[in-house]
Design a protein around this ligand. Structure first.
Ligand code: NAD
Ligand code: ZN
Length: 253
């Protein structure tokens, strides 16, 4: 059954004029980074994310935010791309590839070699001062925080630094969003990997592809609200399925 699905996915990707990939936290769980909504992932269970992971919560209590993001930051800095990220990067060699749109902040698509990546929810590459907007590389800041657990402050003005991740209540980065929307409208196949598709407005992007006549392929462990709109749904581990789809494409070239 799954091998039939893999062949069907490869056929859809091969026929497309423009393929894009849309990913969520599930593509990075095989790299050891927990997602938010899988049962027992832990990231949702110990704190109310609408409080600690919102811009209002951050401004009121940055220490609670840093305390909450600590496990994610720690595993993210240590994580490596997995077979699914590498398979996505390999899709670029087939000539009809548009872009990767990701909700992840872990930078693993770029590290796997994908060249056009729209990071809708920001990234852990940089941190910005909430007062003077000076930008600093995030890695040394996070590393120091992991050692001393003290909220990082701007060396220039003394205000709190915030990693460039988009919190609840914040606008998505406009250039990233416009680029992603444009790619989604042009795509005739969108491969969706490891997203519960429950976080708007990012989760509206597959609908743009659909509305413009494109087809959706979903690879996700659990059902999603868009399964009924998809051409093909594969409920399985992305790190197993994506390399098989790429191999199947290679044998068809
Ligand atoms: P989500 O946690 O809401 O959903 C993840 C989905 O992936 C689930 O439906 C789960 O069934 C599926 N999944 C888990 N492991 C999988 C695997 N190996 N193969 C296939 N499917 C798998 O994630 P989301 O939709 O991305 O939304 C969560 C929000 O949290 C996003 O905004 C994202 O920015 C942020 N987040 C990012 C990271 C990261 O950067 N790696 C990690 C956690 C949360
Ligand atoms: Zn400052």
């Amino acid at each position: 059954m799954v091998s039939q699905d893999i062949r069907a996915a490869a056929a859809l990707l091969k026929q497309a004029r423009s393929v894009i990939v849309f990913t969520g936290a599930g593509i990075s769980t095989p790299s050891g980074i927990p997602d938010f909504r899988s049962p027992h992932s832990g990231l949702w269970t110990n704190a109310d994310p609408m409080e600690v992971a919102s811009i209002y919560g951050f401004r009121q209590n940055p220490a609670a935010f840093y305390n909450w993001i600590y496990p994610l930051a720690k595993v993210t800095l240590a994580a490596k791309p997995n077979a699914a990220h590498y398979a996505v990067a390999e899709l670029e060699k087939f000539g009809n590839f548009g872009a990767v749109i990701t909700q992840n902040i872990d930078m693993l698509h770029s590290r796997a070699g994908s060249t056009t990546v729209y990071e809708l929810h920001g990234h852990l590459r940089e941190a910005t001062c909430i007062h003077c907007f000076a930008v600093y590389p995030a890695e040394p800041i996070i590393t120091r925080y992991l050692e001393d657990r003290r909220v990082p402050y701007c060396p220039g003005c003394g205000s709190v630094l915030k990693p460039n991740v988009i919190l609840f209540g914040e606008q998505l980065p406009i250039q990233q969003l416009l680029g992603a929307q444009d790619a989604a409208r042009k795509a005739d196949v969108m491969l969706i990997v490891g997203s519960s598709l429950e976080v708007a407005p990012a989760s509206d992007i597959p609908l743009l592809t659909r509305r413009h006549g494109g087809k959706l392929i979903i690879v996700n462990l659990e059902p999603t609200p868009l399964d009924s709109l998809a051409e093909l749904v594969i409920h399985a581990d992305a790190a197993e399925i994506l390399p098989q789809i790429v191999s199947s494409l290679e044998t068809r070239v």
